[in-house]
Design a binder for this molecule. Structure first.
Ligand code: GDP
Ligand code: MN
Length: 380
């Protein structure tokens, strides 16, 4: 789970990691009032969206007057960054930067530990630094039983600084950031940049945190920040109905029984150069109500060009599934072509029922997938 910069900054503050003064705004009027309240010559306007690349998209602006604040915040509130509307802008006191650093803690699967990454090339994407000047990145594996004790924090701080005053500030930032990371079951905590100001203070002027979804049951304050996207809403909605559903980027809607068969179906679609729109596992039951619910979930997705239904009848009877599908289509009316492959218990009865209506009935999985991919191509 991701949270906004302002939420991460508030958490940083509560742990004692220095951040610049800032006020969250929901409108141009609020931004104007924040400019007055901050009482600073220069402020930064920062769009709050749960995605990266905000600066590049024009979501970070320096405003040097009330006129600037109004001129920039208006269009910023109209912006969409990677399809996400900007509903909040963080107005913060602009600091005078002497140098920018990169600091992050993240869970690293390969080393099975938390990795601290540091770089004196802050402010740019760490992927860029890793590509062009990897020698400028320090990576330190943190022993979970030891954490970041004083001696280690000091040794790390010396990678970037030699002034004792800055070393002390850095030690405190590293230790509290690690504590915050551990306390909240974070997967990532990033300051990019952590800056050295002209007053010789270290300040985190950008903050990013993501959290382990599997630990949210014990992180009530983090759950409170949850803002599911439209896609995540769809997934939650499907889960509430008892389906395993994953939203994907293609145009072939899939309804399959069993996770293994669903995976095989995705593979077969890809193999035939098609694009699945989702993974939907309806489980073992052939209850017509459940099939209608599953069809409803699929049909809510307006990207679909075709629906592919792939059912293996074991305890599930193919004729029950066929009856469920007929009922669902009676209720839901759709023009989208529906390809069905049924195999196993009462297969022939099921197919006979479907052939009487508009379904495209296939005999094998391979044939069904090819038919679905062709339909998706035909629909353009
Ligand atoms: P991002 O582009 O979404 O990562 O947004 P950041 O908050 O990291 O800001 C991007 C860049 O804008 C920083 O690396 C800085 O170079 C610059 N910037 C941000 N805030 C300030 C500020 O208060 N003062 C100055 N001088 N530059 C800033
Ligand atoms: Mn940044």
């Amino acid at each position: 789970m991701k949270i906004h910069e302002y939420q991460a900054k508030n958490m940083f503050s509560s742990y004692g990691i220095p951040v610049e003064k800032h006020i969250l705004c929901h409108s141009v009027d609020e931004a104007a009032a924040a400019y007055v309240d901050l009482n600073a010559d220069k402020v930064m306007l920062k769009a709050q969206v749960l995605t990266g690349g905000r600066g590049k998209a024009g979501g970070v602006k320096l405003a040097e007057s009330m006129g600037d604040v109004i001129k920039y915040s208006g269009p910023m509130f109209q912006m969409k960054i990677k399809d996400l509307p900007v509903t909040r802008i963080l107005v913060s006191e602009a600091v005078n930067i002497e140098s920018e650093f990169y600091v992050s803690f993240s869970v690293d699967r390969k080393s099975r530990a938390v990795i601290l990454m540091l770089s004196s090339d802050g402010g740019i994407e760490i992927e860029e630094v890793a590509k062009y000047t990897p020698e400028n990145i320090y990576k330190i594996k943190i022993d979970p039983f030891v954490g970041v004790p004083d001696y280690l924090a000091r040794r790390i701080a010396f990678f970037l600084f030699d002034d004792m005053e800055l070393i002390n500030q850095m030690v405190q930032i590293l230790q509290t950031a690690y504590q915050l990371f551990i306390d909240k079951d974070a997967l990532m905590l990033e300051m990019n940049p952590l800056v050295l100001t002209d007053e010789k203070n270290l300040v985190a002027i950008d903050a990013k945190m993501t959290f382990d979804d599997n630990a949210l049951f014990r992180q009530e304050d983090i759950c409170f920040f949850c803002e599911p996207t439209e896609e995540e809403e769809m997934e939650l909605h499907a889960k509430a109905k008892g389906f395993s559903y994953v939203h994907l980027s293609g145009d072939i809607g899939c309804m399959v029984n069993g996770a293994g068969l669903a995976m095989a179906t995705m593979d077969m679609i890809k193999h035939n150069e098609g694009y699945p729109a989702n993974f939907l596992d309806i489980g073992g039951s052939s209850n017509p109500k459940k099939i209608t619910e599953a069809m409803k979930i699929l049909l809510e997705d307006d990207r679909l060009k075709v629906i592919l239904i792939n059912i293996f009848g074991g305890i599930t009877r193919c004729d029950d599934v066929a009856n469920g599908l007929l009922k669902a289509c009676e209720l839901l009316h759709t023009d989208i072509p529906i390809v069905v492959r049924l195999t196993g218990t009462n297969e022939e009865e099921g197919k006979t029922l479907l052939r009487k209506s508009n379904f495209l009935v296939a005999d094998t999985m391979c044939e069904a997938v090819r038919m679905a991919v062709n339909q998706s191509i035909k629909a353009g």
